[in-house]
Design a protein. Sequence first.
Lengths: 301, 448
Amino acid sequence: MIKRYFSLLLIVLISLRVSAQVWVVPAENEAKKSPFAFDDQSRKAGGDIYMTSCKSCHGEPGKNNSLPLVPPPPDMASAKMQGNSDGALQFKITTGRGPMPSFKNTISGTDVWKVISFVRSFNDKYVQEVATNAGPGAAVQNVKISITWLKEQSQVQATLTAPSKDKVIMPVAGAEVKLFAKRYFGNLLIDEPRNTDASGKAIFNFPKDLPGDSTGLVQLVVVPSSEAYGETKADTTLAAGVPTYLPPLNEKRAMWNVVQKAPIWLLLSYTLAVLGAWGFIIYVMLQIRAIYKAGSRKEND
Amino acid sequence: MASEVNTDFLQNKKLDSIAADILKPVGITQGFIVWMGFLGIGLLACIYAYYIQFDNGLIVTGLRDYISWGMYIANFVFFVATSLVGMLISSVLGLIGFKWVKPIARIAEIIAVAFAAIAGLVIVSDMGRPERLPYVIMYGRIQSPIIWDVTVVTTYLVLSTLLYFLPLIPDLAISKGRIDHAPKLLQQTYEVLSVKWSHTSQQYKILLKAVRILLILIIPTAFAIHTVTSWLFAVTLRPGWDSSIFGPYFLTGAFVAGSAAVVILMYIIRVNYKLDKYLTSYHFDMMGKLLVLVSIVYLYFNINEYLVPGFKMKTAEAIHLKDLFVGEYAFMFWCVQLMGLVIPIILMLFKFFRKPLSLFVISIVVLVAAWFKRFIIVVPTQDHPFLPIQHVPKAWTLYQPTLVESAITLGTILLAVIIITVLVKFFPVIPIWEIAEEQNEADHKINE
């Protein structure tokens, strides 16, 4: 009876565990498709991104050498991975879950599709479906974004322009744009997404305490929220941050430093201990000499 | 050791008989030649094994990427451990004033000198490029426990040698006229080494003071040598090594191995040199009690070392402990704990098992177990690195000591035995003057 009870419990637990592992993708994301057809160029570009951002955990596709984490990061060539729809892959890469980080701010929308293009190259049976409707936009093309640092107000101004039908440069009004500062992993969203005004300008409030490099430089990125404006983005380095000096780890005296920069307390204790012990040893050796001398004196008497 | 020496014992007739007993085996005998020949041939074979390693590098050993500290480092820890007994017997017990350690002290010191001297050599055997040994001094970092280890091992060796040599000086002076049967060269050596000792009270005064300094100084040094050896492991985060009690754990283990080694050497000397008058059943009984005491203390540390992490079973620790308790190393682990600690402790609680022969047999088992215990401490931890090493051949993750490696390890043990043999055979193994002095005092007491 107890045995049966435990096996039942075990089954329940296992099924709970399995269900806990299912990664639910919303239906609309599930059905999402790449806006462009995958080709050798996209696979190549996606492969490069994969090698820098994904390989450290997922390993090389088809070699089953991912990191032994719980749950294990699936291999790209595995049935589990390939069983996802393109939209599901896009959702999972951008959202992240548990140890899998969100790449929403790290890899741009188009680049995510390139990574998926690379992943699909390990599946012979894969046939791509391209989105028939690439969104309302694409109407505005060749958008240019410029970024200006308004020091007094501590604000960043992004200006969007695009050539009109008769090739006159016009401001892009009413476009939602986001401002990011580049950090070690991914991009940090600054302020809120803002809409451009009639003159194509969007103003972001910039924090006064954002750490920059040793001279205060921060790399800023402005991206339109909608894919309707194509692949455009601006990437500028401005002196908008607080100068941050991170001393190199080998600058000060430390256990891990070279012997010339050993901690003082260690140098002192070591030297004193060695000198102390060897001082006594030398003293004892001199005593052997004293014994010898005393013996010689007695012989001479 | 008394602070004053009454040199009356030099006139006592008993000195002659004591000196005769102790000096009788000194010199070259047939048995010695056969034994040294046996050791020498064995050593030659082991030197050839080392030549193979020197020529090809460490690839001829079982050491690979995962387990890079194998039999050699286990052997090193064993050597350092065994050598500590010199401090325990001469200093700790001697300074407290136990008289029974007098005839044993020099035997303990011989073991200390031999094992400390070879310990450094054992480390060289683990080096793939031994010609880079001077780099330790040239580029060594004072922050590294390896440098501390080199420092304390050297200091301990010098201290032990002095502590062996100084109390020997009066004996050399007493002996030099009494070893006509020994080779001329040995007689000349006695002459030189006795540094014109003429038993003046001034000389005794100097000697006693110097020995006292050594006896005190060797205690912190011996503690340092084995604590630092334990730190080579304990300063890492690896399961099985990451322990705050590793220093005392190593120290107490050292006393077990060393005491067992002393009993073995005592028994061999007693039987071969017919010195039962000086190494009596009483001495074995006391050594048996000492061995029980240090074994119980070591068992206590073992319980702490395994029970506490075993209760918590942290992920990485659990993998290691399961390997020891029920896994790959279970047989060796339980043999070492039972044969090397639990059973000897139980047996030696009874007087019968503290008799010379039975204690000798128990000590051999304890000493062999002590060697394997070092293997258990050093090797299994490395099976499970924290950072997985990717794409390694399966064979690199398994450690199987090779024949060459075992031969080199055996060679270091043979070398230690050779040093012991030479010291035991060519110099008085029991302090003649101290025994004679004690006898003299006892006689006086009776006469009064």
